[in-house]
Design a protein around this ligand. Structure first.
Ligand SMILES: [Zn+2]
Length: 342
């Protein structure tokens, strides 16, 4: 049976055919054989993996479940997916607390802590360009003057955290802080590895474990928490949220460890960090990648915050402790994947 169409229907059919033609043909899709596969761990101790996964999942409960799946499963097994989520991209600069601001990008964070004696900037993103074209305008949009950056804390010696530090050091005279071990790491990375060719900041202030830095009205306490790098720097400092006091625990290397020794070091130092932050009463979680502290989601919530609504970065003391316990347990899971133990 022959169908006949009116002119309007014919136009719609032609338009639909053109849309179909514009879609990528099946042949243009990469071959399935080239798709990334989950990372395999042929030496894994399956029983130990199962036991520590169970432990981590129980500790996580509901509130830390996303952190559990990210650190224990997605990051070690599906790294391409993590790279996809953690792409370079612009995000809105956002005020998080009365004194603390998010001025980084989608892949990696930068925070500005405003004190009575100037700004303490945590991390400087990937490159001089990102410092100039992301951090500086973000500070300005928030009403902050980049010329007031007094200190830059490099949380660890990987290029995605120190990449813009040299630019800010040279442009604004900011002093740069890192642990001695990660200062060495930064100068070594200049010549090799994924950040080769990237100029680190000029070696400046060396921070020791347990050191306190008083900047105007604000006291920062630093601890060296090996694991992600040998000299990862973590910080405890006070903030207020609409006048209410809180304490931030900023672990400088929640990216986990990649090899057995780093994982073992991480297990020890997460346990110590838990003690330190518990004793201090830390109730605010921030991390140096938005993927690790739900930065994108939290910032959006804060910018649409209604009176009386909670600040999503204030997770409470118990949840903070369990987050760090999950990081520790996932390190054990990963060690067991290598067929190793503590
Ligand atoms: Zn790193």
């Amino acid at each position: 049976m022959q169908k006949t169409y009116g002119p309007a229907t014919a136009r719609r059919l032609v338009a639909a055919a053109m849309m179909l033609a514009a879609l990528p043909a099946a042949a243009q899709r990469a071959a399935v054989s080239s798709y990334p596969t989950p990372t395999e761990f042929p030496k894994a101790d399956a029983a130990a993996v199962a036991r520590y996964l169970d432990e981590a999942r129980r500790i996580a409960g509901e509130d830390r479940f996303p952190d559990f799946v990210h650190r224990c499963i997605i990051s070690p097994r599906y790294s391409v997916r993590v790279r996809g989520i953690q792409h370079d991209g612009l995000i809105e600069p956002t005020q998080l607390f009365d004194q603390l601001y998010s001025v980084g990008q989608n892949a990696v964070s930068s925070f500005a802590l405003v004190t009575s004696a100037g700004i303490v900037l945590f991390d400087a993103l990937n490159s001089p360009e990102e410092a100039e074209q992301i951090i500086v305008p973000n500070l300005q949009r928030l009403g902050l003057d980049p010329a007031n950056i007094k200190y830059i804390v490099v949380t660890h010696g990987h290029g995605d955290h120190y990449g813009g530090a040299r630019y800010l050091q040279q442009t604004y005279g900011a002093r740069v802080l890192s642990s001695a071990i990660d200062w060495d790491l930064m100068s070594g990375e200049r010549s090799r590895g994924p950040f080769a060719g990237l100029e680190p900041p000029q070696r400046d202030i060396v921070i020791e474990d347990g050191q306190t830095l008083v900047v105007g009205d604000t006291t920062l306490r630093f601890y060296i928490t090996p694991g992600h790098t040998p000299g990862t720097l973590s910080t405890i400092f006070p903030v207020t949220d609409q006048g209410q006091p809180h304490l931030v625990g900023f672990h400088g290397g929640t990216g986990g460890g990649r090899e057995a020794d780093a994982l073992r070091a991480g297990i020890k130092s997460y346990a110590r960090w838990r003690d330190l932050t518990q004793e201090a009463g830390v109730d605010v979680l921030i991390a140096n990648h938005p993927l690790h502290d739900r930065g994108i989601e939290n910032n959006e919530l804060l910018r649409s915050r209604l009176p009386g609504q909670p600040n999503p970065y204030v997770v409470g003391e118990d949840s903070y402790q369990r987050y760090m316990q999950v990081m520790e347990s996932c390190s054990r899971v990963h060690l067991a994947r290598f067929g190793e133990s503590e």
